[in-house]
Design a protein around this ligand. Structure first.
Ligand code: DX5
Ligand code: ZN
Length: 216
């Protein structure tokens, strides 16, 4: 069964507390929190104070996805705000190995996100150091985009790389996940499904989370 990580980017920001309560009552294990800086991606979302408030509503895993340049500058701040998993983009890190060690030294799990054009092979030399690889199945920056089909090939290749290294790294899929592609993603090797629009625009979000959870 996949871990479900609903992305609050698609929630009604005027009713964020309600959205958090819904997730707390649901089968979702993680809260996926998208931080955008208007520089690494062409959009700006929310940051530290919002994440701190969301953290106060839940004991679930806070999965923070940083779509920002120089993420290493903010590791301590996101730890303080409540991140349990801190994911940085491969494309935004000049010294990825060092950044991953710093995240772990702050007591968080370390994630690496890959843009659609970035090959999974580039992670070969650091895979042992990564707790979660976030495979972007859309170009980062916006919710509600269409799933890129090539993702399946990437997930299969990544799964092979992880298995060959004997690593315990989880594979997370982010962007355009729906009840229609969830099972194929899990079959390809996905461990965690992020879903924004699919969950929050559903007539029954909690039921949608349960449906995604059953994907196999
Ligand atoms: C996109 C974000 C995603 C986004 C997914 O840059 O990283 O987490 O919220 O949204 P959906 O599920 O609507 O594609
Ligand atoms: Zn995300």
């Amino acid at each position: 069964m996949p871990i479900i990580a609903p992305s609050l980017l698609a929630a009604d920001f005027l009713a964020l507390g309600k959205a958090c309560n819904m997730l707390n009552e649901s089968e979702a294990e993680w809260f996926h929190l998208d931080v955008m800086d208007g520089c690494f991606v062409p959009n700006i979302s929310y940051g530290l104070p919002i994440i701190e408030q969301i953290k106060s509503t839940t004991t679930k895993v806070m999965d923070v996805h940083l779509m920002i340049v120089t993420p290493e500058k903010y590791i301590a701040a996101f730890k303080k705000a409540g991140a349990d998993i801190l994911t940085v983009h491969y494309e935004a890190c000049s010294h990825l190995h060092s950044t991953l060690q710093q995240i772990k030294a702050h007591g968080m799990k370390a994630g690496v996100a890959l843009n659609p054009h970035t090959s999974v092979d580039l992670l070969k030399d650091v895979i042992q150091d990564i707790d979660v690889v976030c495979v972007m199945s859309v170009n980062p920056g916006f919710g509600g985009q269409q799933f890129i089909e090539h993702t399946y090939e990437k997930v299969k290749a990544l799964k092979k790389l992880i298995t060959a290294a004997g690593a315990a790294t989880l594979i997370e899929i982010d962007g355009g996940v729906t009840e229609n592609n969830a099972a194929a993603l899990v079959a390809a090797g996905a461990d965690v499904l992020v879903a924004g629009t699919t969950v929050f625009k559903a007539s029954d979000p909690k039921q949608m989370i349960s449906t995604l959870k059953l994907a196999k």
